[in-house]
Design a protein around this ligand. Structure first.
Ligand SMILES: [Zn+2]
Length: 182
């Protein structure tokens, strides 16, 4: 399955493999192995915290639930987790808007196109999702800053996110330390 089809399925189901909004970090680690630490989101506090598997960036809440998943399609060496635990697979990340629209249509998704007055070199396809979930696809009009403008938009990044639960429950001190910090 190519990335366009995989992302359209994510838009249709809200799930990409083991990854979905609200998935537990322990389940993700069980499926894909240890993520790379990509650091804090805020200087003063450890959580929410960033982790990644190749070109997939996760934001994890202190209670270890995934709050967002972003696919960095602009990576030259784009990699997804799997197929086996601890492995990454290289995937062609070139996804055109016309191919994405065809795949979303095929998957039965509905979406709207969001354009920006001040950012004329990018646009976003926002998929209509249930349960306050959001899936969006950000497209740009060229491969890189110095590249010529293209006829078709190309995917820059794709993401899934949802409402954050507030407040995050206090860590359960009776559970064994998972090593990711409190
Ligand atoms: Zn939480």
């Amino acid at each position: 399955m190519d990335l366009t089809t995989e992302l359209a399925q994510m838009a249709a189901t809200g799930t990409f493999g083991t990854l979905h909004h609200g998935a537990h970090l322990a389940d993700v680690v069980a499926a894909y192995g240890e993520p790379t630490n990509s650091g804090r989101l805020y200087k003063q506090r450890r959580w929410p915290h960033g982790f990644c598997f190749g070109s997939v960036q996760l934001v994890v809440c202190r209670c270890r639930l995934l709050s967002s998943i972003v696919f960095l399609a602009w990576h030259d060496d784009f990699e997804l987790p799997g197929p086996s635990r601890g492995e990454l697979r290289a995937v062609d990340s070139r996804v055109t808007e016309s191919a994405m629209i065809a795949a979303l249509t095929q998957a039965g998704c509905r979406w709207k196109v969001v354009e920006y007055e001040r950012l004329t070199d990018q646009r976003t396809l926002e998929v209509e999702m249930a349960d306050d979930l959001h899936v969006d696809f950000v497209f740009v009009d060229r491969e890189g800053y110095d590249s010529p403008q293209l006829d078709d938009w190309v995917l820059h990044k794709a993401g899934i996110w949802g409402p954050s639960h507030a407040p995050c429950p206090e860590p359960d001190r009776s559970l064994p330390d998972d090593g990711y910090g409190a």
